[in-house]
Design a protein around this ligand. Structure first.
Ligand code: DAK
Length: 258
């Protein structure tokens, strides 16, 4: 079998990618990021596929973030490299695809999971969706473009509130913020994503590819580079060791100011 962590279904002109690690709430480990890259790349090159719908398996989560157990032992260099590599391989890659990606967000979309939804071109959600960037509660910062794309999509003030409090927002608040286009009951989520896809499918794929490029060109790269640098720096702090250990030990972290 080509993929271990995701399911890819083609129903041309649509394709569906389901992140399939429900026991870990679909947390993004390195293997899943690699597979997602390959699947998006294949589908983007497939002339019969014109829209991609991305969702998470199970009832609880779209994606509950990067896999904390995997990255907790990284040093500054590994953190920086992985952020740069992950951004290029998945998050910037999805944002720059010529084939539109609709994220169908069911349940938790946290950290890297929200960042993946933010990199998608359109987001629809079920009413049990919960979004947040909890990174600072772990002693790290969003490292997959979240500091940039959240502010682009919902504005700097609301983005800073979400990033600094590390709190989750419910689906309707996220819709009010402009993060979701539509919120529907759970059993209607995939139909709603399909309906959104059908509207896109009426239009010119060539023009759509150019429109995505044009919209993306309006946003600079400097902030993304800064985010990678500062993300690496976070891996050198005592707060990072404390925050990730506390998560795994299921206790409250004891943070200190520099
Ligand atoms: N990573 C690994 N395992 C996770 C996980 C995650 N992000 N989220 C959940 N799980 C696992 C739990 O450990 C648990 O596993 P077992 O103990 O059963 O083996 C299982 O999924 C079910 O989770 P819970 O038992 O916690 O379920 P609850 O319903 O009680 O709580 C929750 C649901 C979503 C509130 C909770 O699971 C939670 O707080 N999860 C963590 C959310 C979070 O902080 N996510 C990470 C955000 S930081 C990087 C680049 C970017 C990033 C990192 C590195 N590099 C370039 C290196 C980004 C970081 C983030 O995404």
């Amino acid at each position: 079998m080509k993929y271990q962590n995701i399911i890819v279904e083609k129903k041309a002109p649509k394709a569906y990618i389901t992140i399939n690690r429900p026991k870990q709430l679909n947390a993004l480990n390195k293997a899943t990021i690699d597979e997602l890259h390959d699947a998006f790349d294949d589908l983007n090159k497939d002339k019969d596929i014109h829209v991609i719908i991305l969702t998470g398996a199970g009832e609880k989560a779209f994606v509950a973030g990067a896999d904390i157990k995997e990255f907790m032992n990284f040093n500054e260099e590994q953190g920086k490299n992985l952020a740069a590599q992950g951004q290029e391989q998945l998050f910037d890659f999805v944002e720059g695809l010529e084939t539109p990606v609709i994220a169908a967000v069911n349940g938790f979309a946290l950290g890297g999971g929200l960042e993946l939804a933010l990199a998608s071109h359109i987001r629809v959600a079920s009413d049990n969706a919960k979004v947040g960037l909890p990174e600072v509660s772990l002693g790290v910062i969003p490292g997959y473009g979240g500091t940039q794309r959240l502010a682009q999509i919902i504005g700097k003030g609301r983005a800073l509130e979400m990033i600094l409090t590390a709190e989750m927002k419910d689906a309707n608040t996220a819709k009010e913020y402009g993060l979701f286009s539509v919120v529907v009951p759970r059993d209607q989520l995939l139909n709603t994503a399909d309906e959104m896809a059908d509207k896109i499918l009426k239009n010119s794929p060539q023009a759509i590819a150019l429109a995505i490029k044009a919209v993306n060109a309006g946003y600079g790269r400097e902030g993304f580079e800064k985010e990678i640098e500062l993300f690496g720096k976070a891996f050198t702090t005592t707060d990072f060791k404390e925050g990730t250990s506390a998560f795994v030990e299921r206790r409250k972290p004891d943070f200190t100011k520099n």
